[in-house]
Design a protein around this ligand. Sequence first.
Ligand SMILES: [Zn+2]
Length: 445
Amino acid sequence: MSDATLLRGGHVLTLDDEFGEMPDSDVLVIDGRIADVGVGLPVPDGADDVDCRGMIVLPGFIDTHQHLWNSFFRGLITGIGERAYFPVKRRLSALVTANDSAAATLAALWESAASGVTSVVDWHHNLRSPDFAEAAVTAHRVSGLRTRLAYGNPDAWDATRTADLDDIERWANAGVGPLSDLGLAVRGPTRSQPAVLAAEWQAAARLGLPMTMHLGGRRTDTDRYADLRAMEAAGLLVPALQVVHAVDADVEELTLLADRGVSISLSPATELGSMGPPPIAQALDAGVQLSLSTDSLALPARADMFEQMRTVVRLGNARGGAPVTPRTALALATREGARDLGWDHQVGRVRPGLRADIVVVDARRLGFAVALDPVLSLVMACGVEDVHHVLVDGRWLRRGGADLTGLDAARATAHEALLGVLDRAGWAVASRGGESSASAGQTTE
Ligand SMILES: [Zn+2]
């Protein structure tokens, strides 16, 4: 017998050009797939009949860059001095075990799911041995989210050291999981010598893997900000590549990225906090494929695509150019994320034939505002606290506002794991609460 769910009577934002916005409509899910979208669909025998009146039904959010493994550093990072992100990461990364990393990964994935995120790219730049990949894959499978393992290496690795291409090939052949695929998180020209770049780019092409690379910081941060024109000259700008941040890319560089089919994952909230405003309107104008991302919960941040969308809208005008509308922001957080990852034949829209990665937001507290303009209200006035139902591949991860995963237990496990890391670092945790609860201890770098 098939497994049928009818999400009935919601305002459906399909993000699909053909179906558009569908008020008072139903979404029928059968065996993990969207079977039908329409008004007054009959309830199949034995179907789970879910009243969504007063709610907004949309594709699940797609987060195209999150460092899940270090999510449990949240609370350690103040952004200042030795408690800034990079010093903390440098100090603790090598002390994080594969199991610790898996605990942080699962907690971050489930926190993301509770917030309406159904797909996450695990940008894993602490894969120090094959154990870490194994642990990450296990966490992904347990989570029930749709994921990509972006197989990366510590920033601190020597520039002559190539990624473990044998292990990457093993995963490429074995498959990461039923809802997951594999990518390569490359360190790029600022942290890898040309021979390493060549080997990694060739491996990605041979194995058909997408690549993602930080283009972080400001242009003046030459240890982090790669020169896009030099990358073009070296033949490194290929359609399989996504760059992350690119806040200082000029119009000529954005046009180059668009021409080469290179996408950008923007993390507007964290970019504003540390790098400066990203050129969203300019990138859209140049025709660059954009998507949105959280970056890291450690920064500290929330798994909150509403915040990212709102930041996109507010920044739209800040750097000039055409305004960025809430509709565009919503598309970036859903459909365009799927497109960026090459998953648009599977997810990113509510359309018959696609997999059922669906979020239902309870917008009733907003009253008439929702009726006037559901997209405007969703993007600018709703938040993660309004996320009511979450389905991934037709499976419930959140229902009626209640979390159906093991989020609380996963957080507790991640917390214990972090205490172990801090203990090994000689980082004394004096007491609970307060910014001064973790002290730097006696260890110095
Ligand atoms: Zn990042």
